[in-house]
Design a protein around this ligand. Structure first.
Ligand SMILES: C[S@@+](CC[C@H](N)C(=O)[O-])C[C@H]1O[C@@H](n2cnc3c(N)ncnc32)[C@H](O)[C@@H]1O
Length: 276
């Protein structure tokens, strides 16, 4: 499980230090999300769980007349986002729980999120709040992971763990795979008042390593972020060293054309807020 408290603390700090590599890993997916999010004029846009701001920044640059707000619970991630957005007058990054956050005069006609909506303890309540916050008929577009079995970066690494470590969390528990079940997500959106929910499966290369030594780059990335990092931190030295060797060999098997890329599968969900 990864919950709000972890994002406010340890996990948020790690992601803030690693935003270049997380943006790289999601690059192909980001393009698809932005493709779904743009197309119609935007006056105000909200990036839910904006992290270090990649999606907010892209929206603000592409829509200079729009006001873009990114909301997140991690101070460290927001600090990174603010540095990146310092030259953009139409962007703001605010600390807040997106399940409750409001801002006077702000009723977004676009709500977007790259993997920032799977951590609400009560997703129906959170999406109900977001529907109320949104302008009438506003567009919603977000991505989330499909099942771990369709994400080699997760299932491939957890398969290398010593037995007993890295068991998948119960389905639906807040965390990276909480929205893997598309029928559940459709139910959440419908109960929260969103209409026309639609989804698309997107397969993309999760680029974990590049540069001079792509395997070592990917290894250090996975020892910082994700299921392997969490499990490795709990291991004794000898066990950890053996695990790292197995991960290194696994990553080497996925080295191609100067990069380590692992298969990843996401949903891209779209919906509309009530007409008012
Ligand atoms: C997987 S990260 C994605 C970050 C960013 N959207 C990106 O693509 O780089 C999930 C983000 O959701 C944020 N988050 C988790 N729970 C939240 C909540 N209740 N309200 C706002 N942000 C939240 C985390 O702090 C984290 O930045």
């Amino acid at each position: 499980m990864t919950d709000k408290a972890e994002w406010e603390g340890r996990v948020g700090r790690t992601w803030a230090a690693e935003w270049q590599r997380t943006d790289r890993s999601f690059a192909a997916l980001t393009e698809r999300l932005l493709g779904a999010a743009t197309g119609a004029a935007i006056a105000q846009a909200l990036d839910i769980g904006c992290g270090a701001g990649e999606v907010s920044l892209a929206l603000a640059r592409a829509n200079p007349d729009a006001q873009v707000v990114g909301v997140d619970v991690s101070n460290e991630l927001l600090a990174a986002a603010r540095v990146r957005g310092a030259d953009l007058p139409n962007i703001a990054f605010e600390l807040g729980d997106a399940a409750r956050w409001t801002r006077a005069g702000f009723a977004p006609d676009l709500l977007v999120s790259r993997h920032g909506v799977m951590f609400f303890p009560d997703p129906v309540a959170a999406f109900t709040h977001l529907a109320r916050l949104a302008a009438a008929g506003a567009r919603l577009a977000f991505t989330c992971f499909r099942d771990p079995t369709e994400n080699a970066w997760a299932s491939g690494l957890t398969a290398l763990l010593p037995s007993g470590l890295g068991a998948p969390p119960p389905p639906g528990e807040p965390g990276p795979f909480a929205f893997a079940d598309k029928a559940r997500v459709k139910r959440i959106l419908a109960e929260a008042g969103w209409r026309d929910a639609a989804f698309e499966a997107i397969d993309f290369p999760y680029v974990a390593g590049g540069g001079d030594d792509p395997v070592e780059d990917a290894l250090s990335y996975f020892l910082a972020i994700g299921p392997a990092a969490r499990a490795a931190a709990q291991m004794e030295n000898g066990e950890r060293a053996q695990f790292i060797e197995r991960v290194r060999a696994f990553l080497h098997d996925h080295l191609e054309d100067g990069r380590v890329a692992l298969q990843a599968g996401a949903w891209l969900f779209t919906a509309h807020a009530p007409d008012g």
